[in-house]
Design a protein around this ligand. Structure first.
Ligand SMILES: [Zn+2]
Length: 181
């Protein structure tokens, strides 16, 4: 799935809490998208470089057979999409930096969603470095701009709905102010 949809789902998860916190919403959005940061910063330009693209933007076909031919470079993508990375790096990092614990769920949402939205060569190996892969049921990498827009719009709507429900729940739980005596 695309990085913006991941961030919006993270923001929706960040709405879950006793009171609304923009700090929690913001960090959850960042953590939910962050599994793709190393890939966006390093792997994308490297794939383009390997294929001699002067603009450092890889074409769709450049990704074909790349994973098997460049296992070490592909680890930039594999590692943050592994539940071991979540357990051994993200969980301690969130606890040590005292970020909201919901951030752990936000990061986990990225791996969970990618499991279902990656197919074929780039299907997720959630137990990486173990090779076992899960075959997803759609392939967003080949989506049209309209399909991307639908995904982002749906995830934005999800955030709005969860935010509205969470605010309603928080209002109901708020203590009733007693009149001064
Ligand atoms: Zn991803």
């Amino acid at each position: 799935m695309d990085i913006i949809s991941h961030a919006l789902i993270g923001a929706a998860i960040g709405e879950i809490g006793a009171t609304r916190s923009w700090r929690r919403v913001g960090w959850c959005a960042v953590l939910a998208a962050s599994a793709d940061f190393p890939q966006a910063l390093l792997l994308y330009p490297y794939v383009a470089y390997v294929h001699g693209r002067a603009d450092f933007i890889p074409r769709l076909t450049d990704w074909e057979h790349f994973r098997s031919a460049h296992a070490v470079a592909s680890a930039i993508w594999e590692l943050p999409h592994s539940v071991f990375f979540l357990a051994l790096v993200i969980v301690p990092l969130v606890l040590y930096t005292r970020l909201p614990r919901t951030c752990i769920a936000a990061y986990a949402s990225h791996i969970f969603i990618d499991i279902f939205t990656h197919t074929g060569e780039w299907s997720v190996a959630p137990l990486w470095p173990l090779a076992w892969r899960v075959e997803g049921f759609c392939d967003p990498w080949r989506w049209t701009p309209a399909e991307w827009a639908t995904s982002i719009g749906t995830c934005a709507a999800l955030w709005l709905v969860v935010g509205w429900l969470a605010a309603r729940y928080a209002r109901r739980r708020a203590p009733v102010a007693l009149p001064p005596s």
